[in-house]
Design a protein around this ligand. Sequence first.
Ligand code: ATP
Ligand code: MG
Length: 400
Amino acid sequence: MQYDHILIRYGEMALKGKNIKKFILQLQQNIQQKLKEFTNVKVKRTQGRMFVILNGHDPDPIIEKCRHIFGIQSLSLAIKVENDAEKIKEAALYALKESSHVRKFKVTVKRINKDFPVRSQEMNQVLGRHLLINTDDFTVDVHQPDMEIKVEIRQEATYITSAVIPGFGGLPVGTSGKSLLLLSGGIDSPVAGFLAMKRGVQLEAIHFHSPPFTSERAKQKVLDLSKQLTAFGGSIKVHIVPFTKLQQEIFREIPDGYAMTVMRRMMLRISEILCEKEGILSMTTGENLGQVASQTMESMNVINAVTNYPILRPLIAMDKSEIIDISKQIGTYETSILPYEDCCTIFVPKSPKTKPKRDKAAYFESKKDFSGLINEAVDGIETIKVSPVKKYDEAFDDLL
Ligand code: ATP
Ligand code: MG
């Protein structure tokens, strides 16, 4: 006897009415994609449930991978047996004996298949008795059990599941369209990308790179962060924009107080051109109200004026400590705090305006034709596909 299935529960998706089919198919596809390396594993749908069939694979690494897939509310190991009372008893006993740190248990039987001769309530008692007789140090506690052994008698078979392992929830990546994540090397933007993905968004990323002022390491850091984000979805296309010339020109031509505002506007203009090319319908940033000069209400108003694309700002109302907590939880924090500067940290005006005005920004920009440099930056974009491969070194061999 062994656990041969993983039961996938997909909570929120059940609320999605007509779209449910699309969500479920996408979730199944995402799970299959994620488990590609486990050659014999199969992902199967039955009514209202999804199962990973282990076919002899060790469940632990598979559970670890599934935990990161958005759309999964929780998962449990499961044993599949025939609809036969003796087999069900045997499996329930196995589930109880396999569990660790458990003293008090409870059995819950759900008889979906009404052809099964024993009713749920009676089957509960049969199983409870069987477990108590065949073990020494367990007791039944229906109110506060350490473990609930769930027995689901379905048409095709019976499934016995034990501990519930929480997933990340959210919606399957790919069900909410694509967004272009403005990815710096900082703490915030990877967290913003994670939260957008959690709502089902598929990401591409854009990074503004200013060599030689910003180093190869800064670029690698962004690729590294992108790779960490792929754990929650599939591959991510990362677009590296050569930003040096345009940035130098901005800092030469635009008065100090407006240089940063104009630089941000240029970033959005270039991002919008890329969105149009790639058929992407929105952008995502790590902006957070009031955090720095460029993130006051006035700044956002002036920066945002150059595009009418929707900009997703998942962090807008969060405290920094909450953002840091998430970045630690998703594994990007350690990379984000590496000290490789990005272009915004290096070109810092002495006194950036915290309350810029739209007309003034437009006026300063009109003094100089930046369109040539914008097009040059767009033409120079280098696109790197970052995939969720197993080993860091191997990943970067074919990336750089
Ligand atoms: P982060 O931690 O994401 O760097 P931040 O708190 O440092 O954010 P800013 O430097 O003001 O804030 O940047 C605001 C947002 O602008 C970032 O979250 C990111 O989405 C985008 N951004 C900043 N610099 C770059 C860059 N070099 N390339 C791409 N996007 C950038
Ligand atoms: Mg930053």
